[in-house]
Ligand binder design. Sequence first.
Ligand code: RNT
Ligand code: ZN
Length: 423
Amino acid sequence: MREKIERYYSNANKQYLEFGIDTDKILNQLKEIQISIPCWQGDDVGGFERPNAEISGGGIQATGNYPGKARTISELRQDFEKVLSLVPGSHRFSLHESYGDFGGKFVERNEVTPEYFQSWIEWAKDINIKLDFNSTLFSHPKSNDGFTLSSKNKEIREFWIEHVKKCREISAEMGKKLGSSCIHNLWIPDGMKDIPVDRSGHRILLKKSLDEILKKKYPDSQMIDSLEGKLFGIGSEAYVVGSHEFYLSYAIANNTLLTIDTGHFHPTESVGDKISAILPFVKGILLHISRGIRWDSDHVPILNDEIIHLAEEIVRSRQMERIHLALDFFDASINRIGAWVIGARATQKSILYALLQPIDLLQEYEDNGQYFQRLALLEECKTMPFGAVWDYFCLSNDVPIGKEWIKEIESYENKILNTRDKS
Ligand code: RNT
Ligand code: ZN
């Protein structure tokens, strides 16, 4: 097997060299690109705040009831370690606040401290990964009326302001302890089902809350803030306070990152096109790579046209260090470890696909007005031996090649996941 993959790769390498592309160099580059993988794919966004916690409210929804979901912190860690063994390269784990190690007691969201995340930091050190973090402003009675940081009720607003302040402190602790800046992402569910008359009031309150939250500065080496807008959610169809325009403006004015979730736009909008429009104005972009079907359905990303276009724009920006790759999906209808791996590998494949294009020549054609040549070359890229390069990448990073990893997941399901529902 190894010998065959190496032979195919060596041929592919020659073919790409004729295109002016050095695949060895590209694979070294790909190896360094970290993807922040969401903890919440492992348990349908349940978390460990209460026993058998389930996602509720907030306009997001995990559908499906495939057996074997992680019920405890140790099961979630075990599952994620399996994922890491099947995804080439070294990656990050993105935690929500509701996944703290609360030791069986209930810790209110405004009282959470870094101590509840020490065991996560230790685990991350042990397995040599980095962490990212997310405030959790859904699945809570204080967000049930549809508003959090933009609530007209001062007590509710202050409760959530305190929560996010605490989460930033936790993020800084993670970044400091692990020696890698932790991105703190903030998404809030605030919005209305039907047409509001006071759109502005909530937005002014949200701005004030954010100003208050961001007063405390942390060094970039510890944590960086990112803000995530969206178009609509279940129950917030008519009005979302933290819309794309709101956060785009806020991020530019306040030097934060902007989160772009690929499921948070109208289905006909091109998210790839947004990269070059936004990047010159913001500190950086955090991508939540997801696959929406008809709506923000959070399906597992696959190697489709949208993700390829996005990857091409990331690579062509030539500023990849300012674009942070993260995934955001939660599919409860298929094997959850399999979902994680498909999404992570598809994202890596899309970046590899984009890196393997002769950008300089394509650019030259474009600058010369040689549009036929540009289109023809882009078409030729599609039938280059991309798969042989991907397989070799897997081989040289000690993860299963081709479809081999499907068997690994099947056996993990038989040995581990299938025992969970019985115990
Ligand atoms: C919701 C946002 C948000 C969540 C996670 C669980 O629409 O996309 O990023 O998916 O925080
Ligand atoms: Zn998201």
